[in-house]
Design a protein around this ligand. Structure first.
Ligand code: WT7
Length: 701
């Protein structure tokens, strides 16, 4: 693996690295005084004091925070124990081991009974159609969760079991995940945009004993027959000798047929004419959610879990191509998401928070479900997309619920920027106080537009850098404290000790560029890869013993600001979602016409990066638009629509080193028509390169 400098961000779509030097000297934006005045952390100096204490006395710092939660039994031994150094033995991280609690109890029962916020709205649900809405209070959510926990118990779900969830953004998704947490069962949520193949792979990897899904849903204009995909996945599991014994199905599109009074609270009216979605039914396996809920009891004692018991599994792309089941645990994750939510969005009781991420990603786990609920916050739960019914949907929804804190991805901002200012300024947005972004580096143009147009220059922007693996925010401004620089995630959150390393693993001081690593554990760090602790150690701890390695490159400027320069492994970031080159390549070579494939990231104005694929065909096959369509379909089916390539180029052969390694660095340059190829002394056959340059794809296919 080369230095970040050599490999760079594969797409470079936002040009972050190239311009970082110039921009770090550019203007910084101070937090608005009216925000600082009421903020939990009102100044940079206060941030520095708190940050110093969090690193010097982590046990005391987090111990104080832990006191705000309910513990069935207190921590009997050391508050924190860990080993971050592979050369000294097994990697482990234990926060509050031996203490017992339940996260569902803490985010619901505690809010209702201790905080007396039972009547507060937990979620405003905004459906795909703007007229489809409902709301659910903390008390109502608790009742639903107890009911569903009893349903799961009756189906034999016990502490430690794995439950797969494959659902759109509807209230039942939150109910399902919290019910798992109440029973100490691990939820494994699979984004409803993933294919049946991906779902099957994830069910098998963690041997889930039950699946919760939905009949169908609309995503904008598009109807997704989710049950059909779920059926395909379960069929594949059966074929592979793993029959899932129970599949619980929420009637969502067919909800209107059920009348009112169905869960949750009042059933949201589905206004859209419901087409004939054919739902096939597997007797003995499939069960309707609403029927099971009718029979379920109101009371459900939570299962008391060790702070270090696993809470959930969430799969993220791995550079080998096989998704990794990231495991988070009950106690540390709870402290970390609650604390980051409070400080990063400067949460106050009257806020209406809106994170547009799908719960199928970590952002949704941490900042739609657990973080806001742990603080007793009111949030918007959004089923739709930013461009339906029109491009002002986000801003009309902000006005509708008087959203105060808004959190989205750079890709959404870039997409909406294309339609100009008017769809934004048509709406008041006067309620907005803080704006956030996550998922990929935000290019300064998008940052400035977000700040000037969406936030009307009033709202600080929190550019939050973190990962599925970190559980919560790692580098981020605090809205009342941190002067912002567009494109920089600024400084570490409490408990986070970043370092920049060179290729030899030496810590670089001051202004520097290199590998971004973390030196000590924070409570939200993942504990293992499900069923493969060795993969956990290899991926995050082997390269630089003693550090957690993010896989990102980073630059620290003269003011100590951190600038993420992008992935330094074979990962791609498409619209804020990580994909590995290996998983796309293996989906391509499974096609009978493809002998070999190499995939690289390519700049894209909205997605940040898109996929550019080079394919070498088997003898007897010819390259055609029919074939490229087939290949795209193949990738959609194997991985999901987010992995659909924008470019597929015929490559009679691929540039390789003499030892046979595909030179992706060169392929990236070819895709961008950049003839400045750098050191080519290792290439086995230079004529291949000339040939590929002359056959570049010029337009998106
Ligand atoms: C990767 C993690 C964490 C939720 C969403 C993605 C990139 C994430 C930023 C940011 C620059 C960012 C990194 C990271 N990334 N946030 N604010 N600035 N890059 O979760 O799928 O685990 O991806 O996303 O490359 O490693 P994920």
């Amino acid at each position: 693996m080369g230095l970040p400098e050599e490999r760079g961000r594969s797409g470079g779509g936002s040009g972050v690295r190239e311009e970082a030097g110039a921009r770090s000297r550019a203007r910084s934006w101070s937090p608005p005084p009216e925000v600082s005045r009421s903020a939990h952390v009102p100044s940079l100096q206060r941030y520095r004091e708190l940050h110093r204490r969090s690193l010097e006395e982590p046990r005391e710092f987090w111990g104080d925070i832990a006191k705000e939660f309910y513990w069935k039994t207190p921590c009997p031994g050391p508050f924190l124990q860990y080993n971050f150094d592979v050369t000294k033995g097994k990697i482990f991280i234990e926060w509050m081991k031996g203490a017992t609690t339940n996260i569902c109890y803490n985010v619901l029962d505690r809010i209702v009974y201790e905080k007396k916020l039972g009547d507060k709205v937990a979620f405003y649900w905004e459906g795909n159609e703007p007229e489809e809405t409902t709301q659910i209070t903390y008390r109502e959510l608790l009742v639903q969760v107890c009911h569903f926990s009893n349903v799961l118990r009756k189906q034999g779900i016990c502490k430690g079991d794995r439950v797969a969830i494959y659902m759109p953004m509807i209230p039942e998704l939150v109910v399902a995940m919290l019910a798992c947490a109440r029973l100490g069962a691990l939820h494994s949520i699979v984004f409803a945009g993933f294919s049946s193949e991906s779902l099957c792979e994830r069910i098998l990897d963690s041997s889930c004993s039950l699946l919760i899904t939905t009949d169908a849903f609309y995503r904008g204009e598009k109807l997704v027959n989710l049950k059909e995909l779920a059926d395909e996945a379960l069929e594949k599991c059966r074929e592979k000798g793993f029959p899932v014994r129970c599949c619980i199905v929420v009637k969502h599109l067919g909800r209107a047929e059920l009348g009112t009074g169905d869960s949750p609270s009042q059933s949201p009216p589905i206004k859209r004419p419901c087409p004939d979605v054919q739902i096939s039914w597997n007797e003995g396996v499939d069960m309707w959610w609403h029927e099971l809920m009718q029979e379920a009891g109101d009371e459900c004692e939570p299962e008391w879990c060790d702070a270090e018991d696993p809470l959930f599994i969430l799969y993220t792309s791995g550079s080998t191509g096989k998704p990794k089941g990231v495991v988070h645990t009950v106690g540390g994750y709870m402290l970390y998401v609650a604390t980051t939510f409070k400080y990063v969005f400067d949460f106050h009781a009257e806020d209406v928070f809106w994170c547009t991420a799908d719960i199928g990603w970590i952002t949704g786990h941490s900042y739609v479900t657990y973080g806001p609920l742990a603080n007793g916050a009111t949030s918007v739960l959004f089923e739709g997309i930013p461009t339906y019914p029109d491009v002002s949907r986000l801003w009309s929804t902000v006005d509708k619920y008087k959203v105060t804190k808004f959190y989205t991805a750079p890709t959404a901002i870039r997409l909406l920027m294309k339609s100009g200012d008017e769809p934004v300024t048509r709406h008041s947005r006067a309620s907005l106080q803080v704006l956030g972004t996550v998922g990929e580096p935000i290019n300064p143009e998008a940052w400035l537009w977000y700040h000037r147009v969406v936030g009307a220059q009033r709202c600080p922007i929190v550019d939050t850098f973190w990962q599925t693996e970190t559980g919560g925010h790692m580098l981020t401004p605090l809205p009342g404290a941190t002067p912002m620089k567009p494109g920089s995630a600024t400084f570490p959150f409490f408990g986070v000790a970043p370092a920049v390393l060179n290729e030899s693993g030496e810590e670089l001081e001051g202004e520097a560029e290199g590998y971004l690593v973390f030196k000590q554990p924070w409570p939200g760090i993942m504990r293992t890869v499900y069923g493969n602790h060795e993969c956990f150690e290899t991926t995050y701890f082997k390269k630089f013993p003693g550090y957690y390695v993010t896989g990102d490159g980073c630059r620290r400027d003269q003011d100590g600001y951190y600038w993420i320069t992008g992935r330094i492994d074979d990962m791609l970031n498409v619209s804020g979602h990580l994909l590995s080159t290996a998983e796309v390549e293996s989906a391509l070579v499974e096609h009978e016409a493809v002998a070999e494939a190499a995939v690289v990231g390519h700049p894209h104005p909205v997605k940040g990066e898109c996929l550019y694929c080079f394919v070498t065909l088997c003898d007897g096959h010819t390259f055609s638009s029919t074939l490229t369509e087939e290949l795209k379909k193949q990738i959609r089916e194997k991985i999901g629509p987010i992995a659909t390539p924008d470019y597929i180029q015929n490559a009679p052969s691929l540039p390789k080193t003499r030892s046979g390694k595909i030179m992706r660095r060169v392929l990236r340059k070819i895709a961008q028509n950049d003839h400045d190829l750098g050191d080519m002394s290792t290439v086995a056959d230079p004529s291949v390169i000339t040939q590929l340059f002359s056959h570049r794809c010029l337009t998106i296919q």
